[in-house]
Design a protein. Structure first.
Length: 197
């Protein structure tokens, strides 16, 4: 009978999961950047892509510190987030709405990673592996900064632009729902015209 897995095995599994997540993101982020209409959003995603490559390298360092082989374990969580982002890119959205959606999709990934890195840091500290906790914390700081940058873009105009197109749609729909007498020109509605005698 196989022996039960230990806390070390759990820790390694989580490192492998995050390693795969970061590798998946190195492939997904360029697609999001390319689809973004906002120059600032494209730049923010491209910048975080470079950080993500650094995160991969840091995790490889952690494998070394643990004396373990570098390998990933499929991260279903980030795969689902990426799948939703890909679905978003297939939707026929105007530029402003798409940018708002891209920010939301990217932040979902950031929040997933922030949670995962936070757990690993706590575990590393419990195991008295300050060297590993310090390396993981560098990445956690990057993830939090990326999340804050995305929030700043959203709150600094991207959400307002998307909302403006929504308000325009509502205005057009409301105009379309008015009675004919309110939407015809200066001649008035047919009911306002009196027949000639």
């Amino acid at each position: 009978m196989a022996s039960e897995k230990t806390f070390r095995d759990l820790f390694l599994d989580e490192v492998r999961d995050l390693y795969d997540a970061e590798k998946q993101l190195t492939k997904a982020l360029p697609k999001l950047a390319k689809a973004a209409a906002s120059h600032e959003l494209r730049t923010a995603i491209a910048s975080h892509l470079e950080e993500t490559r650094t995160h991969v390298a840091r995790l490889e360092t952690i494998f070394g510190l643990l004396g373990a082989q570098v390998s990933g374990r499929h991260c279903a969580g980030i795969a689902g987030i990426i799948e939703e982002a890909n679905d978003l890119l297939q939707d026929d959205l105007d530029d402003a709405a798409l940018d708002a959606g891209i920010v939301a999709a990217a932040q979902r990934a950031e929040h997933y990673e922030i949670s995962a890195y936070g757990s690993l840091i706590a575990w590393a500290q419990t195991l008295e592996r300050g060297d590993i906790a310090e390396t993981l914390n560098e990445t956690l700081d990057d993830e939090r900064a990326a999340d804050e940058a995305l929030s700043s873009l959203a709150e600094g105009g991207l959400n307002d632009q998307a909302a403006a197109s929504w308000r325009e749609d509502e205005h057009e729909e409301a105009a379309g729902d008015r009675p004919i007498s309110e939407t015809v020109g200066s001649e008035g509605s047919p009911s306002d015209r009196r027949p000639h005698r």
